[in-house]
Write a protein that binds this ligand. Structure first.
Ligand SMILES: [Zn+2]
Length: 123
């Protein structure tokens, strides 16, 4: 038994919400299940009609491409000797400043006066 997600993109209201499953009884006999949008109350008559989110995402070719690429500018620089990790690098609201060279710098600049700031050590 797979625990399927109840997340749906509702076909009626477009909400990213949950589907409410309820057993349907005829007298005391369970005859099926009703699927209702938790947001707007739209009723889906069978599970096959429920617009499960995972299904909707698979169906859309464009979704994956629309996602922004992982912001890894700094991740790639992790551990490098760049101004960002240097004791002499000072950031204030107006500028990024190097105390050694007494000039403006970029976080990704580097020079041979690099001294790692203790709090930037990697685990
Ligand atoms: Zn809905």
């Amino acid at each position: 038994m797979t625990s399927r997600s109840n997340e749906i993109i509702c076909r009626a209201c477009g909400a990213d919400t949950l589907v409410v499953r309820q057993p349907v009884y005829e007298g005391f006999t369970k005859t099926g299940e009703a699927f209702t949008c938790a947001a707007c109350g739209e009723v889906y008559t069978s599970e096959a009609e429920v617009p499960f989110k995972e299904k909707a995402e698979e169906a859309s070719v464009f979704n994956a491409a629309d996602r922004p690429a992982a912001p890894s500018i700094f991740a790639a620089d992790e551990g490098k000797q760049i101004c960002r990790y240097c004791v002499n690098y000072v950031v204030n609201p107006f500028t990024q400043w190097c105390h050694v060279h007494r000039k403006e710098v970029e976080a990704t600049d580097h020079c041979d006066h690099f001294e790692r700031r203790p709090d930037t050590e990697q685990d």
